[in-house]
Design a protein around this ligand. Structure first.
Ligand code: BMA
Length: 766
């Protein structure tokens, strides 16, 4: 990869910007060395609503929608049919303000920074009447030295949020050439602008913590560790540091594990902020593996920055030792596409993950833990964090680290072309830099991807015509795309991580194109969007199917909650309000008619259940087709694991954490060994993701509806680790040919000695 230093200057000076603050309740935390002192500014804020008679005491992080709901001023945004009545909120100006005092100890430090970990999205920030900065990116950290402005008593920090919708519309209308989506011009979570599973709740507020951070001499701004190489006796790692120093100076960096110093390095710092890298080794490393490939061993390191013998700053880093690559090698059909973890090919099983809440500050680590545990128990080893949401919190990644879920992380770009002026690209670069540094230590981070369905849209969705671009417009927009997704983002990943692969776009080719099945990853939407039958999944097996899916209704109890006592039916208004896909209701119904023509649901509850059976049936066909095609296909990530609110969608777990029928089935479909019957030749596939060889016996029995055994036959199974083979079962084909499929069940079991390695029970007809 070419690293263009002009495109991408490593920042040496004080990192961007400014910040502001307030807090009445003083919470000062000092680390033991006391050179770096922090004060959270989380409490004692007020939210006011311009001309509205609203003056609410609030804490932050929070957003206006949450604050208004907490104060009883609006109904619950997820229930009933209230969406339209709440859309004014993002087109109203809001102000968050707080008064706070500052401890003398803090004021004596060389630097006192105000740090906002996240502001959503536009805000003008002032401290004691002085403008600090204008925030314009939800995904960035905003920080500035405020020491000259601070007093010990009664500081006033104010954030004025303009009318988001109006501002966005003005920015969009000013942009020539026209862009496909309005949200393209604002660095704010796309899904909040409405999606085919999301209402238009554009959150406004201080959505991440705020604090004052004071220090003297020097401190560690960032510290993270990545794995470069793994061998049996030794792993090579790199410690990355951003060191900020008030003057040129000589320091020492120490890496400790179990309170013992592993290595020491001299560090010569200039004045300002500088990025430094130190290589070190771990002997006889215990590795971090994805779920069911091995253990998820985590190391605890402490990093110290010292001047003479004085500790100036320290950071704790939990990390795992693991390497990851994407392998793309030419073969007879195209190019392979698979992940290798610690040098071992990995068959990826999992789903796409969307933000867990429409009100982003309602995301709770305990809910994430439950959801991801359900994924792990369904044998997931991968999640794709979809590019239309938000970058997940550290909690999310800590959970993935412990559960062994490798994360395909999109940068937050989706479904549109983006502006390409210098200011936009610079903003995008800083965002990427901060996110890459924040997440690099997590062993669960597997891949950085440019975004969701952008190149697919550019080449296949006719924007050139529908938006009336001239040839020059088209070239300029495409050149901007190339700069962002082919130069800036990969350079950030390469320079500041250097170990994670970068993949410019998911998918790489649109599903209408034959190459989508012979190289890269594919979002196959011919079933659902293209209205093809489920059986089409068998034909459309790509190298790595990173999206496919079919909708079903959520659990009936979820529908009862949103209906709040109103009668439920397919045509109820509340059901329509929680279906965001234009053809969704019809497409669900079409497939219930097609696959369950005899079914006569007695009521809506039974109908809801049928929709889940239909979804599960379709996903079974897809997953079986993908897994049995291994190693041609090396990944299956369905759309979508979860929901952001109670809604009819493609998810396998609904908003309240209820598993759908499909999710329960994953325990068999994603199991390390999948048994399947090829109904063309009646041979049995054994698809193994196990890291060990199999030496066992396959038993196939056919039973009648009362359970009586009509046929039984055994075959010997001997297979290498991580492979897929087909086995002939003597007499099975002839037996099934001559038996009415409606009257039987087919049961397969693989045993090794006394233990059962895999089981599958299938109806006679499928
Ligand atoms: C995929 C996703 C989402 C969408 C889903 C279902 O392409 O990237 O944009 O919600 O389709 O339509």
């Amino acid at each position: 990869m070419k690293i263009n230093n002009l495109e991408f200057g490593i920042m040496r000076d004080w990192r961007h910007i400014i910040l502001v603050f307030s807090l009445t309740i003083l919470f000062v935390s000092c680390s033991k060395h006391q050179n770096v002192v922090e004060q959270a500014l989380s409490q004692g804020w007020t939210l006011t609503g311009d001309t509205l008679d609203i003056n609410l005491p609030v804490n932050v992080p929070s957003v206006v929608q949450q604050n208004l709901y907490d104060a009883g001023l609006i109904p619950h945004p997820y229930l009933g049919t209230v969406e339209e009545t709440l859309l004014w909120i993002s087109d109203h100006p809001w102000t968050y303000a707080t008064h706070f005092n500052v401890d003398q100890n803090m004021l004596e430090k060389d630097v006192v920074e105000l740090v906002f970990e996240g502001i959503d999205t536009y805000a003008s920030v002032t401290l004691n009447g002085q403008k600090l900065f204008d925030a314009d990116n939800q995904f960035r950290i905003w920080r500035t030295d405020v020491k000259p402005l601070l007093k010990d008593q009664d500081n006033l920090l104010v954030l004025d949020f303009p009318r988001y919708d109006s501002l966005q519309l003005a920015l969009y209308n000013d942009h020539q050439p026209r862009l496909p989506e309005k949200y393209a011009v604002t660095r704010k979570a796309p899904y909040q602008h409405g999606w085919d599973w999301a209402p238009k709740y554009k959150n406004v507020g201080i959505w991440k913590p705020v604090s004052l951070v004071a220090w003297s001499n020097a401190r560690l701004d960032n510290a993270y560790i990545v794995t470069n190489e793994v061998e049996e006796e030794q792993a090579k790692l790199t410690l990355h540091l951003d060191v900020e120093s008030t003057a040129p100076g000589d320091y020492t960096v120490e890496i400790l594990s179990n309170r013992k110093v592993l290595q020491k390095f001299p560090l010569q710092a200039d004045q300002g902020n500088q990025h430094k890298m130190f290589s070190f080794t771990v002997e006889n490393p215990r590795l971090w593996w994805p779920n069911e490939m091995g253990e998820q061993y985590l190391y605890d390191f402490e990093i110290r920055l010292k001047s003479s013998d004085k500790i100036l700053d320290s950071k704790q880093i939990k990390t795992g030792v693991k390497t990851v690559q994407i392998v793309q090698e030419p073969d007879a059909k195209g190019f392979s596409f698979y992940f290798k973890v610690n040098g071992v090919p990995m068959y990826a099983k999992g789903a796409n993950y969307v933000p867990e809440e429409m009100i982003e500050t309602w995301i709770k680590p305990e809910n994430t833990q439950k959801l991801l545990k359900m994924a792990q128990e369904a044998h997931f080893n991968m999640l794709r964090v979809w590019g239309g949401g938000i970058y997940p919190s550290d909690d999310f990644f800590n959970i993935c680290d412990t559960l062994g879920i490798l994360v395909w992380e999109d940068f937050m770009y989706a479904g549109t072309m983006y502006p390409y002026d210098e200011a936009f690209l610079e903003n995008a670069k800083i965002e990427a830099l901060e996110q890459v540094k924040r997440l690099a230590s997590h062993p669960s981070l597997g891949l950085w991807c440019g975004g969701n369905e952008i190149s697919e849209g550019y080449y296949n969705w006719g924007w050139q015509q529908s938006l009336d671009w001239s040839e020059e417009d088209d070239q300029a927009i495409k050149a901007g795309y190339d700069r962002l997704f082919e130069t800036i983002l990969p350079n950030v990943v390469e320079i500041f991580d250097g170990t994670r692969p970068y993949w410019p776009s998911s998918p790489s080719k649109g599903w209408g194109r034959p190459e989508s099945l012979t190289q890269g990853d594919v979002h196959y939407w011919g079933v659902w969007w293209g209205e093809q039958p489920y059986e089409m999944y068998r034909e459309k097996v790509g190298r790595f199917n990173s999206e496919y899916g079919y909708q079903s209704y959520p659990d009936y109890s979820t529908l009862e909650k949103i209906a709040q006592g109103e009668p439920l039916s397919k045509d109820a208004k509340v059901i329509a309000a929680h279906q965001k896909h234009a053809r969704g209701t019809q497409l669900i119904d079409d497939f219930i008619q097609r696959y369950y023509p005899e079914a006569q649901p007695n009521d809506f509850e039974e109908y809801v259940y049928l929709s889940q059976l239909s979804q599960a049936y379709g996903m079974e066909i897809a997953i079986e087709a993908h897994r049995t095609a291994k190693p041609y296909n090396m990944g299956t990530l369905y759309w979508q694991l979860n929901d952001a609110w109670p809604v009819t969608s493609w998810s396998s777990v609904d908003y309240y954490g209820n598993p759908k029928v499909f999710h329960e089935k994953l325990k068999t479909l994603f199991a390390p060994v999948l048994l399947s019957l090829d109904r063309r030749d009646y041979q049995v596939y054994v698809t193994s993701d196990l890291m060990r060889n199999i030496d066992g016996t396959l038993t196939v029995t056919v039973n009648d509806v009362d359970g009586a055994c009509l046929f039984e036959q055994k075959a010997k199974v001997s297979m290498k680790a991580n492979q897929n083979s087909k086995f002939h079962v003597e007499g099975l084909r002839e037996f099934l040919w001559n038996t009415d499929p409606q009257t039987i069940t087919i049961n397969m079991q693989l045993t090794e000695g006394d233990s059962v390695t895999a089981e599958r029970h299938l109806p006679g007809s499928h």
